[in-house]
Design a protein around this ligand. Structure first.
Ligand code: FAD
Length: 510
């Protein structure tokens, strides 16, 4: 029997590989990136520059990641393997609202997660916060009942459990009629969450995000940072474990086509260092991003016909800009979200999160800022120099203490592989078990009834794909931990609102 092949060495593929290797199956991971495993959690090329006669080198990553309270399988996987990053707990997040010269700020993260009011009413605690209240005007107050109605509607639908894509409905539709500030707040939150413009964000993806990350539990909005880049802290140690357990990882191995073998297995055609290879596999795990999965399945004659009937989430590009300063900003938390007329969507003070960047602050008294730009095509198309100019201008508008202290910037353009999370209809959204024998799928876009998104979804589906494959070989499955249940009141409301909605639907159909 040929060993299983995992196509893609992101978090989902590495999870599946380590779980198979733990059962003695010696998987082969084929990863297209020539240098690093980890996919969207990988390292990227380090940056080096001189400042005041000293040469500085910083390792880089795809983007800073938050490890949220509900990431039970992600954390359990690392703990079980003895990979124990010293997580850095998030303190607070500042919402910064830009409107020309007027810039408003409110610290909202801690208030939401430590609210005294039970979910889903916990956001009401913000009304006792003068900085938040000052950002609202009379139109905002008038539109609060509509906002509450929208949130309650989100409680009555569980798009993942129901496999309900809410066809044709996007976030812009859900927030139409809301006041401009509240729309801006939610647009900012949605861009941070799903990395796209409200009109691009499918309502089902938005509701799934709200339910998992904030609506049903106060603590769900709590999270940690990794103490170093995700590649260093998570993916490289995970890859080392796979190798220790007898698995193999080939970098720079880009799979071009998969073919069903005569004896029920698969043949995987890939290129590496400009040469073509064919590897036989007993079973395959497809662990690549959604656009690459769609391309591969359509390019492979044995899968093309059925793949053409599936829907795949859109892949979106992101841009990350890192800026070094000789000053720091006062009165803001270590991270936060922008909305209004800023050209970026969120920020992270790396010198408060990662040791390597702390050294810069200790030596220069300055900070290092990472900002993310999501879903604004005209901005993403600008050359680096223009983008940096605009980002620096907006950064000094948001943080006036930084004026005249900018030293260095790098722009990192991430390919359009990031999942714009959506839920496909029954039978058209690829799940763990695919329409093809001995071929399983995992990744942050793959259908599974669990409510998690992103890294936790990558790990959960990686575990589920490994278990499905182990089942074929009559080997014991690995446990998949349940995700935290809603708070009592939220749980009761979810049941009630769902019942009301279903009764309404039944009446309509009747
Ligand atoms: C800017 C940004 C910020 C983010 N922040 C967070 C966050 O704070 N918290 C969070 O949970 N998540 C965050 N995410 C999302 C998170 O990174 C992803 O959900 C997760 O890494 C997805 O893992 P994956 O294994 O499913 O896919 P990927 O990481 O995309 O892995 C797929 C792998 O397949 C490889 N591949 C593709 N095609 C082929 C082929 N033909 N042959 C071989 N290999 C191939 C790719 O090179 C890649 O390594 C963020 C993402 C971005 C872009």
């Amino acid at each position: 029997m040929h060993p299983p092949i995992i196509i893609g060495g992101g978090v989902a593929g590495l999870t599946a590989a380590v779980k198979l290797a733990q059962r003695g199956l010696r998987p082969l991971v084929l990863e297209a990136n020539p240098e690093w495993v980890g996919g969207r959690l990988r390292q990227t090329a380090p940056t080096e520059f001189s400042h005041n006669g000293r040469t500085w080198q910083f390792s880089q990553e795809h983007a800073v990641h938050g490890i949220w309270d509900g990431y039970v399988n992600f954390k359990a996987l690392l703990a079980e393997l003895g990979i124990q990053p010293n997580y850095v707990p998030a303190q607070d997040e500042t919402w910064i609202l830009g409107d020309g010269r007027r810039v408003g700020r409110a610290h909202i993260g801690r208030t939401i997660r430590h609210s005294l009011i039970p979910a889903p009413l916990h956001y009401m605690q913000l009304m006792f916060k003068p900085s938040f209240v000052r950002l609202l005007n009379v139109h905002d107050w008038a539109s609060l009942p509509r906002v509450a109605g929208g949130l309650f509607a989100a409680m009555s639908i569980d798009p993942l459990a129901e496999q309900n894509p809410l066809h044709g409905l996007n976030l812009a539709d859900m927030t139409s009629g809301w006041s401009p500030h509240l729309r801006a707040l939610f647009a900012g939150l949605a861009r941070n969450a799903l990395a796209a413009e409200p009109s691009q964000i499918p309502a089902a993806g938005w509701i799934a995000f709200l339910r998992f990350y904030t609506l049903l539990r106060r603590a769900a909005w709590g999270f940690d940072y990794l103490p170093a880049g995700g590649g260093t802290a998570v993916c490289e140690p995970l890859a080392a474990k796979i190798r220790d357990l007898g698995g193999q990882i080939e970098l720079g191995a880009e799979v071009q086509m998969i073919l069903q073998g005569a004896e029920g297995g698969w043949q995987v055609q890939y290129t590496q260092n400009g040469r073509s290879h064919i590897a036989p596999a007993g079973q395959l795990v497809l662990a690549i991003d959604a656009p690459s999965a769609q391309n591969l399945l359509l390019a492979s004659p044995d899968t093309a016909e059925q793949a053409a009937m599936l829907t795949f989430p859109q892949g979106i590009p992101t841009v990350i800009v890192r800026l070094w300063f000789t000053a720091t900003a006062s009165g803001v938390s270590e991270a936060g979200m922008f909305s209004g007329d800023f050209c970026f969507d969120n920020y992270f003070w790396l010198d408060q999160l990662q040791d390597e960047y702390r050294a810069w602050r200790e030596a220069t008294g300055g900070g290092v800022l990472e900002v993310h730009i999501y879903g604004t095509p005209h901005l993403l198309e600008q050359p680096d120099s223009m983008l940096i100019k605009q980002v620096v201008q907006d950064v000094t508008r948001a943080f006036p203490d930084l004026r005249g202290s900018w030293v260095q910037a790098i722009v990192q353009r991430n390919p359009a592989t990031h999942t714009l999370f959506s839920v496909g209809g029954r039978g058209v959204h690829l799940g763990i078990r695919t329409p093809w024998p001995h071929l399983y799928a995992c990744g942050d876009w793959v259908y599974h009834e669990n409510p998690a998104l992103y890294l936790e979804r990558a790990v959960t589906t990686g575990l589920a794909a490994a278990n499905a494959l182990l089942g074929e070989a009559n080997l014991a499955p690995h446990p998949i931990l349940p995700h935290p249940a809603p708070e009592r009141f939220a749980g009761w409301l979810v049941g009630r609102w769902t019942a009301v909605r279903l009764r309404k639907l039944a009446r309509k159909k009747g």
